[in-house]
Design a protein around this ligand. Structure first.
Ligand SMILES: Cc1cc2nc3c(=O)[nH]c(=O)nc-3n(C[C@H](O)[C@H](O)[C@H](O)COP(=O)(O)OP(=O)(O)OC[C@H]3O[C@@H](n4cnc5c(N)ncnc54)[C@H](O)[C@@H]3O)c2cc1C
Length: 404
């Protein structure tokens, strides 16, 4: 008999893959199956299901609950340069995490395991914080995490959870209002997630091109970096450990992510892509901060913070003395400079064709056809120009655009 109230009533294109229904089911009858595109979806064991409807009642896609739109967006970055560099934007996450851990709390965030699989992880020591820092541009596996957070909260621990907006909504729905007091939820402005299978194919591609990849770091910041979207790969070749930096257009996976053709279907209809958010604090890159004339430059990594609740505001006050570049700007300024605060990512026309060809013809075929920039040669020339001259060219181009 088909059960009427379960998660199976959710249209596939709306499922965010948060995996919370697996945690919430009292009969443990929900498991997750990878579909042909490599994204995970729930499947219900009808023999065990008692049609309690809890999975649908708590599903984030079916139960969105957001706070009031804040009036301001704050710019900020960690005063400590090394902390700023361990973050994708201004390193605010690591300051919040340190604050919670120093208070005896627990932090949950996304980290690669030793097989380069991305999963949410629980930490209680500052020494374990580094792998959680920085954006990883694929979907993190959260199975079992929601129930672990709840156990921590029931034990009276202070918990910081960081995740995509859909994962935060899932957690909020899972724990309910009664346990919210000691839970600090931080989401980020998210334009969508590709999946682990595609990421793995790119690792194999890089293994063949360079050597055995040991670690991957998106948004690498270092003295030799020419672009905020730089990938650092550590690999092993002929017994030697090596490192290579790749700008986003040089790495097929990064390029596809930036072009939005590799995202989960639900990301193109994201219900949280707006300034009213479900978390306590929202973090983002403060792209366009230079236009606010407050003497900051987003290229070095500036965070944008939305303080959505009293608790979020309270934590901002606690870490404020460790921040520089703090300015309160009207929320619409942030929205106008960050498309994913306004609406979900537009689905590119060739997105489905990309997936179909990847499935049928393999990764090498789509690297050549979809994941290589047509203007690669222009970028190659541009980034080979010495930095001071490139800066002058950029300024001239910016000025020209201003008057056009
Ligand atoms: C998939 C993705 C898409 C994003 N898209 C945008 C965007 O379009 N515009 C924008 O302004 N900002 C975007 N961001 C957010 C931005 O890159 C920074 O993560 C954010 O500004 C916080 O920076 P930070 O320096 O304070 O901390 P960071 O150290 O960068 O902290 C990142 C936090 O996010 C968690 N995290 C990292 N990857 C994932 C993941 N895949 N799933 C769940 N949690 C994760 C980490 O555990 C850590 O807690 C995106 C991030 C991700 C992961």
């Amino acid at each position: 008999m088909v059960k009427s109230k379960s998660i199976t009533s959710l249209p596939k294109s709306s499922c965010t893959g948060c995996k919370m229904c697996g945690d919430v089911c009292p009969k443990h009858c929900i498991s997750f199956i990878e579909d042909i595109e490599g994204f995970f979806y729930p499947t219900v064991d009808e023999n065990k299901c008692v049609d309690c409807g809890l999975c649908a009642k708590k599903c984030p896609a079916l139960n969105v609950c957001v706070n009031e739109k804040p009036d301001y967006a704050y710019s900020a970055f960690a005063s400590d340069k090394s902390k700023r560099d361990t973050g994708s934007s201004g390193g605010v996450f690591s300051l919040l995490a340190s604050c919670v851990i120093n208070d005896g709390g627990v932090v949950y965030g996304a980290a690669f395991n030793e097989r380069l699989k991305l999963e949410h992880r629980r930490i209680v020591e500052i020494e374990d914080l580094r792998p959680l820092c920085k954006s990883k541009y694929l979907q993190s596996d959260c199975s079992g995490i929601y129930s672990n957070v709840k156990k921590d909260l029931l034990a009276g621990s202070l918990v910081l959870f960081v995740g995509t907006p859909c994962q935060c909504q899932a957690l909020q729905n899972y724990v309910g209002d009664n346990l919210r007091e000691k839970l600090l939820m931080v989401d980020f402005v998210c334009h969508g997630v590709p999946n682990q299978r595609l990421f793995d194919d790119n690792i194999r591609w890089n293994n063949r091109t360079f050597g055995n990849v040991r670690s991957v770091e998106f948004r690498y910041k270092g003295s030799k970096v020419q672009h905020p979207h730089t990938l650092k790969l550590e690999y092993e070749k002929n017994g030697k450990e090596k490192t290579i930096l790749r700008m986003h257009y040089q790495d097929p996976y990064y390029f596809g992510f930036q072009k939005h053709i590799t995202l989960r279907p639900s990301c193109y209809q994201c219900q949280w892509a707006k300034p009213d958010r479900c978390s306590d604090i929202t973090l983002a890159d403060f792209w366009g901060i230079e236009k606010a004339n407050v003497g900051l430059d987003s290229k070095r990594g500036v965070s944008c913070l939305l303080l959505n609740t009293t608790k979020g505001k309270g934590y901002f006050e606690i870490i404020k003395h460790k921040l520089d570049g703090v300015n309160a700007l009207p929320i619409d300024f942030a929205v106008n400079n960050n498309g994913c605060l306004e609406s979900a990512t537009l689905k590119p026309k060739n997105r489905d064709a990309f997936f179909a060809e990847w499935i049928n013809e393999g990764y090498d075929a789509v690297v050549a056809k979809y994941l290589t920039s047509k203007r690669k040669w222009v970028f190659d020339i541009y980034y080979n120009i010495p930095t001071p001259i490139r800066k002058i060219i950029r300024k001239l181009m910016e000025n020209r655009m201003k008057y056009e």
